[in-house]
Design a protein around this ligand. Structure first.
Ligand code: FES
Length: 137
């Protein structure tokens, strides 16, 4: 049986395609992007603590999110940052690739220099251990 691998299309803020690649289903999105040398910031190393590596996902948006992401985004909204209510915004460290995705990175190292640097290499698994809930944004 032929198993098709999901395709990730990386686009810039203007919608221009930068890169397209296949990835094994179930791969953490941040891991897949790092492995393809996509310019990104992931300051906390993929632990749902920094929000530096947010992405807009325009194709096959997940209808689930992790509790860690949900709580972090709720905290940001409470701090006066309503953009964290956007339905297509996810942390790439809190999502696995299950379908084709069009991904638009929101924070590029080449555009925004963080004092902490680009970030530690991310683990292969979602951390903390994911608890999935329905997306309500
Ligand atoms: S929240 Fe820090 S890399 Fe995802």
């Amino acid at each position: 049986m032929l198993l098709l691998m999901p395709i990730i299309t990386v686009v810039d803020m203007m919608g221009t395609v930068e890169k397209e690649f296949e990835v094994e289903k179930g791969t953490k999105l941040l891991r897949a992007l790092i492995d393809q040398d996509v310019d990104l910031v992931h300051t906390c190393g993929g632990n749902a603590k920094c929000t530096t590596y947010r992405v807009n996902i325009d194709v096959c948006t997940s209808n689930k999110e992790t509790v860690a992401q949900k709580e972090l985004f709720a905290k940001k909204v409470a701090q006066g940052l309503p953009q964290f209510m956007a339905p297509r915004m996810f942390l790439s460290c809190q999502l696995t690739v299950e379908h084709d995705m069009e991904v638009s990175p929101m924070e590029r190292y080449n555009f925004v220099i963080h004092d902490e640097g680009v970030g530690k290499d991310a683990t292969d698994e979602i951390t903390p251990d994911p608890i999935w809930v329905d997306l309500e944004r």
